[in-house]
Write a protein that binds this ligand. Structure first.
Ligand code: TYD
Length: 221
């Protein structure tokens, strides 16, 4: 019930002709590849696109990104959470809201509020209510029209992370248990927002995954 009350504070953009999308999933879920495909597809259909990643996307946000991902000491979950929210509020003000006013535009976000729900709400144990409560106010209460949650298993994530082989950042060095909480968290969050979040099996080949996403996206174009 508390969740329903909190959900009532949220809204989707009411800017006819523009679309707000986000991609979510744990490390190795293939967000970057899929975002590139979607960008290409909507541009061919005459849309202007703006793709952004969180945290970051503004000068201030990139400083916060570094502060979090390169932190050498464990941050308090609330400190972590507020840094992500500060980056998000600035990104909304500087980039997302102005671009949504452009006719025939698509804003694509690589991570957004559902990352905070899964990572800080579930895995860092702050709770979904706390995270939603912190997003109650304008502009943080703006939700995408559609969120694609690319759902992969722990095994697929570990294999893909090992294949990349790059240096592990703050979250990538977490243990398996943390990732299991994240997977559970994302699946729970998808059930909290069933109209907005589409959970897609992403343990498949990238082409099959894009075909599924594009089939769904058609209704928004
Ligand atoms: P990034 O390198 O962008 O991750 P990826 O390539 O997997 O998308 O790093 C962002 C990290 O920050 C990622 O591990 C998820 C985490 N994160 C949160 O914990 N909470 C948030 O609200 C956001 C936006 C990201």
């Amino acid at each position: 019930m508390i969740l329903n009350e909190l959900k009532s504070h949220f809204r989707s953009p009411e800017t006819p002709g523009s679309i707000f999308l986000s991609f979510e999933g744990i490390e190795g879920s293939g967000k970057t590849t899929q975002i590139k495909e979607i960008e290409k597809y909507v541009m061919e259909r005459g849309y202007r696109t703006l793709t952004l990643r969180e945290p970051g996307g503004t000068v201030f946000g990139e400083k916060l990104r570094e502060a979090i991902l390169e932190s050498t000491e464990p941050l308090h979950p609330l400190a972590e959470c507020h840094l992500f929210l500060a980056s998000r509020a600035q990104l909304l003000k500087e980039k997302i809201l102005p671009f949504l006013l452009v006719p025939k535009s698509v804003v694509i976000l690589d991570r957004y509020i559902d990352s905070t729900l899964a990572y800080q709400g579930k895995a860092r144990k702050l709770g979904y209510e706390t995270i939603l409560d912190l997003h109650k106010f304008n502009p943080l209460n703006l939700l995408p029209h559609r969120t694609y949650f690319l759902d992969i298993s722990l095994e697929t994530s570990m294999e893909r992370q090992a294949a990349r082989g790059s240096k592990k950042d703050y979250f990538e060095s977490e243990k398996h248990e943390f990732y299991l909480h994240l997977i559970d968290g994302y699946r729970e969050v998808a059930t909290l927002f069933p109209e907005r979040i589409l959970k897609i099996n992403a343990n498949v080949k990238p082409d099959d995954l894009s075909a599924n996403i594009l089939k769904d996206l058609e209704q928004f174009l």
